[in-house]
Ligand binder design. Structure first.
Ligand code: PDD
Length: 276
């Protein structure tokens, strides 16, 4: 496997991350996961725009231009002959003696990127999944795609421990998102999802859903849903880069709709497949 390490391509075992890398010690960095379909990086520009935004919010100076990062990521796909799969890219604030304050300007951020194997979520996409309600106890800047995923990890495991595929996070009864997915519900023919504010990650797949709705005469409303309203959902689904669109058939003990993927969900799945 070829790995991008700063602006060089190396074999995986040649890359060594320092014990004082701030990503390792503080989770002081950001990341993106992008899908590769037929050697094309899907929505690459949108992912890069979010990467730049996350870096800016955390005052991490990107050491390369967006154009250069784009060129290097495309080269990574080529070097790995990656037909189908994903690429993971992250940047940390760099390596410096352990200290909470930012290191000197001379310390450069550390960029890495490498291919992730293809995940095959087709069973989940066809049959749907169960979700487990978990209280959202993350920090209040969930809009930044930071490396600090500890609570997301805890929530996902809590869901798995209860034979559910994904956690459905709620903050004081308001549904926010999944541990690594955005959440949508259909009520009376309209699609609802949490507004893109500091409480959720504004998913790139979420943005694609919005575009699909606009182009196909479907209504998507960005409005908070509450856990009290779960019983009134006709359909529900989650989205992410790696899962695309996965129907939700049950939340805790509540069966959603008929307990199978809903019509609007299936229509969006079909429209999404046509995009890629
Ligand atoms: N997760 N919400 C959270 C908290 C996420 O971590 C993700 C993505 C999403 C969906 O965003 P997008 O559609 O841009 O993938 C929503 C990635 C895939 C991950 O951490 O593996």
């Amino acid at each position: 496997m070829k790995v991008l390490y700063n602006n060089q391509f190396k074999n995986r075992d040649e890359v060594v991350i320092d014990i004082e890398d701030r990503g390792y010690q503080f989770g002081d960095g950001i990341y993106e996961v992008m899908r590769v379909y037929n050697r094309n990086v899907f929505t690459l520009d949108e992912h890069l725009a979010r990467f730049v935004r996350s870096a800016a919010e955390l005052k991490i100076q990107l050491p390369y231009s967006v154009e250069d990062i784009k060129t290097m990521l495309l080269e990574l796909v080529e070097q790995n002959h990656l037909e189908e799969g994903s690429i993971y890219v992250q940047i940390t604030r760099g390596t410096s003696m352990r200290n909470h304050s930012f290191p000197a300007q001379s310390v450069s951020p550390v960029l890495i990127a490498y291919p992730l194997p293809k995940k095959n979520p087709s069973q989940e996409q066809q049959q749907g999944i169960k979700m487990k309600l978990v209280e959202d106890m993350r920090w209040l800047r969930c809009d930044i795609k930071s490396l600090n995923l500890l609570y997301n990890v805890m929530a996902k495991q809590e869901a798995l421990d209860h034979q559910c595929y994904e956690a459905l996070l709620h903050r004081n009864g308001t549904i926010t998102e999944g541990s690594s997915t955005n959440f949508f519900a259909v009520k009376d023919g309209k699609l609802y999802t949490h507004p893109a504010n500091n409480l959720i990650l504004n998913g790139i797949t979420r943005l694609e859903i919005r575009k699909l709705c606009e182009a196909n005469d479907m209504t998507m409303i960005e409005k908070e849903l509450t856990i009290n309203g779960i019983e009134s959902f006709d359909e529900a689904f989650i989205t992410s880069t790696t899962l695309e669109i996965v129907p939700v058939t049950q939340i805790d003990d509540t069966v959603i709709g008929q307990g199978e993927p809903g019509e609007m969900t299936k229509r969006l799945q079909m429209l999404f497949q046509a995009l890629i």
